[in-house]
Design a binder for this molecule. Structure first.
Ligand code: ADP
Length: 255
């Protein structure tokens, strides 16, 4: 078997170390993602999902344990190396889109390429090709404030993918989208995953969104409580299983 594209060993995150309110948000997570997997992360609010995502995407660092991305142990790299590595290997899609409002969609999408000192002609070609795939080539001169939520999300996806990352990391990416835009987004992620074998790791609260994945990882109280592979299940069967896991969690709060 090939090496995992992403792995954590004993990933532990303690907030407010050695203070009265010290809190262990992740408690020794061992996790592996193989190249081409589409993994959804679910779990109750406060269970550690965002902390996990931040730690596997170099936005934050573990208190104890190790994170390996594409064969590299993150802590062994310098800040510069991490920055370069992050922009080349990882594509981020967040709920808030994180577009710069003072820049046009074109400038937002081109930014990672510009930072990597790509030649202007190549930047132009890649931005337009990517925007074409996302159906926003006609509005590249608009500012985010002039666009709909769906258009902004598509621009954010273009920016996340412009460096052709091996891994897409998404935290509640469809949280601000209506059903039509979120299914379009999922269809696109699904296509990238299947056709280009891009690995996807996505946090969501929505069982329908999660039913597109190939594996569900359920985090509770800072540990992986359950993991389910879709395998031969139909999307409907898988969806029902995911719904059941989430419901059994909620049932614990019924009186
Ligand atoms: P989730 O994404 O599942 O809602 P988080 O990873 O955001 O969970 O948070 C996990 C736990 O860690 C929560 O109890 C939260 O209050 C705590 N936490 C998150 N970030 C911080 C921080 N910067 N400082 C202190 N505690 C934090």
């Amino acid at each position: 078997m090939s090496n995992p594209i992403l792995e954590t060993r004993g990933l532990t995150k303690v907030y407010n170390m050695e203070q009265e309110n010290e809190f262990e948000a992740l408690r020794g997570i061992d996790f592996k993602a193989e190249e081409g997997e589409f993994i959804c992360v679910m779990g109750p609010s406060g269970s550690g999902k965002t902390t996990f995502i931040n730690n596997i995407s170099t936005l934050d660092f573990p208190t104890r344990g190790k994170v390996f991305i594409d064969g590299a142990e993150i802590r062994s790299m310098t800040d510069n190396e991490i920055g370069r590595f992050r922009s080349r290997t990882l594509g981020f899609v967040f709920q808030e889109f994180n577009l710069l409002n003072t820049h046009t969609l074109y400038e937002n999408i081109a930014m990672p390429l510009a930072l990597a000192r790509t030649k202007k002609a190549e930047v132009d070609e890649r931005v337009r090709a990517m925007a074409g795939q996302m159906d926003i080539e006609g509005i590249l001169n608009k500012y985010p404030g002039e666009c709909s939520g769906g258009q902004r999300q598509r621009a954010a996806i273009c920016r996340a993918l412009i460096m052709r990352p091996k891994i897409i990391i998404a935290d509640e990416p469809t949280g601000n989208l209506d059903r039509a835009n979120s299914s379009e987004f999922l269809a696109m992620i699904d296509r990238l995953n299947k056709e280009q074998r891009v690995t996807v790791i996505m946090v969501t609260h929505d069982p329908l969104t999660a039913s597109y994945s190939s594996r569900l990882v359920y985090i509770k109280d800072g540990v992986i409580e359950t993991s389910i592979e879709r395998n031969q299940m139909s999307q409907k069967e898988y969806f029902e299983k995911i719904t059941e896991i989430n419901a059994s969690e909620s049932r614990g709060f019924l009186r």
